[in-house]
Write a protein that binds this ligand. Sequence first.
Ligand SMILES: COc1cc(/C=C/C(=O)SCCNC(=O)CCNC(=O)[C@H](O)C(C)(C)COP(=O)(O)OP(=O)(O)OC[C@H]2O[C@@H](n3cnc4c(N)ncnc43)[C@H](O)[C@@H]2OP(=O)(O)O)ccc1O
Ligand code: AKG
Ligand code: FE2
Length: 362
Amino acid sequence: MAPSMSLVHSANTLNILDFVVNKGHGVKGLSELGLKTLPPQYIQPPQERFDHASNEEENKDSIPVIDMSNWDDPNVAKAVCDAACKWGFFQIVNHGVPIHVLEDVKDATHKFYALSAEEKNKYSKERSVSNHVRFGTSFTPEAEKALEWKDYLSLFFVSDDEAASLWPPVCRNQALEYMKSSEFIVKKLLEILMKGLNVKEIDESKEAILMGSKRINLNYYPTCPTPELTIGVGRHSDVSTLTVLLQDDIGGLYVRNTETSKWVHVPPVAGSLVINVGDALQIMSNGKYKSIEHRVIANGTNNRISVPIFVNPRPSDVIGPLPEVVGNGEKVLYKDILYSDYVKHFFRKAHDGKATVEFAMI
Ligand SMILES: COc1cc(/C=C/C(=O)SCCNC(=O)CCNC(=O)[C@H](O)C(C)(C)COP(=O)(O)OP(=O)(O)OC[C@H]2O[C@@H](n3cnc4c(N)ncnc43)[C@H](O)[C@@H]2OP(=O)(O)O)ccc1O
Ligand SMILES: O=C(O)CCC(=O)C(=O)O
Ligand SMILES: [Fe+2]
């Protein structure tokens, strides 16, 4: 049932948290109350807010958009490896994932968030029957000094049967279809990126360590009353090997240009997918491919959705710089780590830019 305005207007700190986090209304519920001011829990410290004025160069740079019409073109391979080295981010078009699959998963995301708070809350950390399915808000509310203006549904893929019994019916098939249809591009991209590291062939064990587990998140960023005071997603890099991100046409994702330190917008391009290198690939490539800091701003006029697929090592894998990369005697930058330890370290703290990878540094 929708809460009355007076309930929230008279709310103290605890009630806002109770409404958003415990009752499962999320920030979407908060947004739909039509608040005129941002609850104090969402006010980010000035250094974490997005300052358009001091980022005036944001439009001068852009991440590469690569046409994948011919996957076997050596120029395409070069463009992919160059982008992974310099930007850690690129967009791909003509990639082969059918447009209707992308549209369907976006529609399904809206349908999931249109469910009642009670229905969505069945998938919360406290109520979900499995930790492979989790509906939540912000990132790690228990560890954050200021909350992020985002709700998410996170689905860890184990098998079709498990998804059929655990994932929310309203978005299950569409999420699975998107994951399955993008498997081809993940394999091709990893093949290209591995060749760039002198890894000639992706055998079974390499395949497992590169892409042995997958997680899909359905992100919802509702309209925010005072977007300049808060953030959709704080500065972070992904802990994945690669992330395949589908965004809608609203925009708001920014990527750090490590040469200028400025934030560069990733503009929505119809039919495209955003690809980014995650920490696991940065570690395996001994720093050659970069897992770049990114963030999402809050929006004062539109709701936004995005659907990342995180392609990861298996939790039980030990990852470290690949022998093919460091066999030539170059300095080894990262130690071997158990991947689930790395991910737990990421999830235990608030977003903190590039700090997570220090966990793996020698
Ligand atoms: C939400 O906003 C986000 C999310 C992200 C996400 C990026 C990624 O997911 S990248 C890929 C992550 N890798 C994997 O999923 C690998 C496979 N999974 C695992 O290894 C395990 O599931 C585990 C993550 C290691 C945790 O397993 P387990 O030991 O069984 O313990 P849990 O109780 O489930 O979790 C431990 C701790 O982490 C929190 N957590 C777990 N999963 C998520 C999740 N999907 N989203 C948010 N938080 C999660 C959980 O709450 C636990 O915390 P406690 O405080 O309760 O201990 C990127 C950017 C974003 O903004
Ligand atoms: O919403 C986006 O565009 C990016 C989200 C993101 O960075 C993440 O979920 O890891
Ligand atoms: Fe991310």
